[in-house]
Design a protein around this ligand. Structure first.
Ligand code: PRX
Length: 637
């Protein structure tokens, strides 16, 4: 059985693609017809990339949870919606059927209402990967509350910045989180963050690790107590809030090349249509299959392909609380074996790391249920691609290399599993409805194949970023001002002789460390918070497992202890300001940085040195102090 709008052959792909370019509105109206709308749209699309303003399905009304839950109840009520595998394999797993998930979402939505929330309010969610995280997200969406999920690895300061930016009035968290053999005290991190956040009036705390927490009177309440109150009210139903297609669904913060992370805004109608469409087509999902996306719901991948995409398609989504190497490096394969997973979607960094542990962890695991493999988040090198293909897919599972971004909401460029050809290390072709172009430095569109350039998209798709929360000008500047009338992705790409795209990586000052986006400016700001630091410059360098590592050049004139403790201190500062994910891998203490006479740091030179490429440093004679380059080369780590 397949979905009515599932592309099933290369010919169908070609004709769908052509139709989508010729008549985008007709194409998307056809796909959107497969959802439950409370009111139909007046206009499929209105747009310009100058302001920018993009409106999909305007006039239409819907609620995304009605499409993710209610509409499946009649036929799929008893089918698993979420399968949850705990961090500790000895702990019991959980399965929530569509019926159960629906009733828990309604119940928690009533909790949120009891706590004073109404349509348009913002809620920050800082939780471990437990079913209650998905429940909290969907409960917000059910009553029109805008969720802002913050990944559990971010620091108190990063959370505070995000809460302040969105002016959240409520936080949902848990006492702690289990990650491998570590526990992370989430509630205590929230307590630290909230010192700076007067907008937050209520904190709902789920019990997970049972680590002692301090509950602040009048502000903090337990999840379980609040749910009990709703039960004593007789578990009233929770009708959906009817939303306009362009009402905000969520905010998700992501890093850019300058300033603090920005709140990427997605809206209800277009995001629903596109995540569902891309899920069903890229993975060629078949009803009854088990889909395992290993991402965290704190990132866009988890939003789109653990929660909204799969659930709106009535799929079974597997959620994993732990990490790939706990209790050992065979954990993913144990999970595939245990639940007979059909589709596995993970990141190249995880594949490279597991490759390093050798095949002993793969042997003796039954992976025969696997039909499709996927990767996301960063370029996949050919070696990792082949390892994944041969040892996990046993040579017969197509690998979809899915390119997309927080801002795109869903997958834009990818092969469709078993339908369009795959090519190692290539994201291949755009989905029908997506119009990528490569441009040169001046923004001229490059025609033909066998070319490389900056990747832009020239026509809107339904889940394109609508704005950056509270600062529309920043959205315009970042994505729409570089090249007129184009959405600029920040990525460079090649287009091969057959029109396949190969994404080569960011062309701006954004790093991709283990598939996580981190701005160099953000890391520099954090390093500069250390009292002994005068100035710093951060660049990326190739890292075998993480893809990119963080290399920091630091001018330090604080109290001189030994270099090793200075480095440790700086690493700690970054962990405290941003979170452990942004810790520099290498810190080189230097006496100066290469600057032009106008005071601009020559990052190109620093990048080359970090990469160990001392040739072709380019002209250094224009530098203020050329000698500093020699010193830095000599001290390279
Ligand atoms: O550089 C691209 C890289 O990840 C960036 C987007 O990061 P983020 O918004 O955190 O979203 C990650 C998950 C969608 C892109 O600008 N990227 C993502 N997927 C790929 C990729 N690079 C190469 N190949 C991919 N398949």
């Amino acid at each position: 059985m397949s979905y009515p709008y599932q592309i099933r052959s290369l010919e169908e792909y070609r004709s769908a693609y052509q139709a989508s370019v010729k008549d985008p509105e007709g194409f998307w109206a056809g796909i959107a017809a497969n959802f439950q709308w409370r009111r139909p749209w007046d206009k499929v699309l209105e747009w310009n990339f100058t302001e920018p303003q993009v409106r999909w399905f305007s006039g239409a009304q819907l609620n995304i949870t009605e499409n993710c839950l209610d509409r499946h109840l009649a036929e799929k009520g008893d089918q698993p919606a979420i399968i949850w595998e705990p961090n500790d394999p000895e702990e019991h797993y959980r399965i929530l059927s569509y019926k159960e998930l629906h009733s828990k979402v309604c119940q928690f939505a009533n909790v949120l209402k009891n706590n004073g929330l109404k349509k348009g309010d913002r809620v920050c969610i800082y939780m471990p990967m437990v079913p209650e995280l998905a429940i909290a997200v969907l409960a917000c969406a059910r009553i029109g509350v805008i969720h802002s999920v913050v990944f559990g690895g971010f620091s108190a300061q990063s959370i505070a910045d995000r809460i302040q930016d969105a002016q959240c009035s409520l936080v949902i968290t848990s006492d702690g989180a289990n990650r491998g053999n570590k526990q992370i005290p989430l509630k205590s991190v929230i307590d630290d963050a909230l010192v700076q956040c007067p907008s937050v009036k209520r904190v709902i705390v789920l019990t997970r690790t049972r680590v002692p927490v301090s509950m602040i009177k009048g502000r903090d309440v337990w999840w379980e107590d609040e749910v009990r109150k709703v039960e004593t009210q007789g578990n009233p139903p929770c009708p959906v809030e009817v939303m306009d297609a362009e009402d905000l669904l969520f905010i998700l913060y992501t890093s850019g090349s300058t300033g603090k992370p920005k709140g990427v805004v997605h809206t209800c109608g277009g995001y629903m249509v596109f995540t569902n469409y891309s899920f069903v087509n890229v993975f060629q999902y078949k009803p009854g299959e088990i889909f395992f996306c290993t991402a965290d719901i704190g990132w866009i991948t988890g939003h789109s392909y653990i929660v909204y995409g799969p659930l709106s398609a009535g799929a079974t989504s597997l959620m994993f609380e732990g990490i790939p190497t706990y209790p050992d490096a065979g954990r993913f394969w144990d999970i595939v074996d245990k639940y007979k997973v059909n589709i596995l979607y993970t990141a190249p960094t995880a594949i490279r790391s597991l490759m390093g542990f050798g095949l002993d962890f793969v042997k003796n695991k039954d992976l025969s249920s696997l039909r499709v493999l996927g990767t996301v988040g960063e370029p996949i090198n050919e070696e990792a691609w082949h390892w994944y293909h041969d040892n996990i897919g046993k040579g017969h599972c197509p690998i979809v290399d899915t390119w997309w971004q927080t801002e795109t909401g869903g997958i834009l460029i990818s092969n469709l599993a078993g339908v369009t050809p795959e090519k190692p290390a290539h994201a291949t072709l755009p989905l029908p409805g997506v119009q990528p172009v490569l441009v040169d430095e001046k923004g001229e569109e490059l025609q033909g194949n066998n070319i490389s350039g900056n990747l832009c998209i020239k026509f809107p798709w339904p889940s394109i970023i609508r704005t950056t929360y509270g600062d529309h000008e920043r959205c315009r500047q970042t994505y729409f001002a570089t090249y007129p009338n184009l959405y600029f992705t920040g990525d460079g790409a090649l287009r091969d002789a057959d029109g396949n795209y190969r994404i080569t990586g960011r062309v701006d000052d954004v790093l991709n460390v283990s598939g996580h986006r981190i701005g160099t400016a953000e890391v520099e700001n954090a390093i500069n918070m250390h009292t002994g630091v005068v100035e710093s410059a951060v660049v990326g360098y190739p890292h075998d497992i993480k893809g990119q590592g963080i290399y920091a050049y630091v001018i330090f004139n604080g109290t001189k202890t030994d270099d090793e403790s200075i480095r440790k201190d700086i690493v700690q500062t970054v962990a405290r300001i941003i979170g452990p994910i942004a810790k520099p891998d290498k810190i080189q203490l230097v006496s100066g940085l290469p600057k032009t006479r106008s005071g601009k740091i020559m990052r190109r030179i620093l990048r080359k040195i970090a990469e160990g490429e001392f040739q072709n440093l380019g002209d250094t004679t224009t530098l203020l102090d050329p000698a500093v380059v020699e010193e830095i080369k000599g001290g390279r780590l």
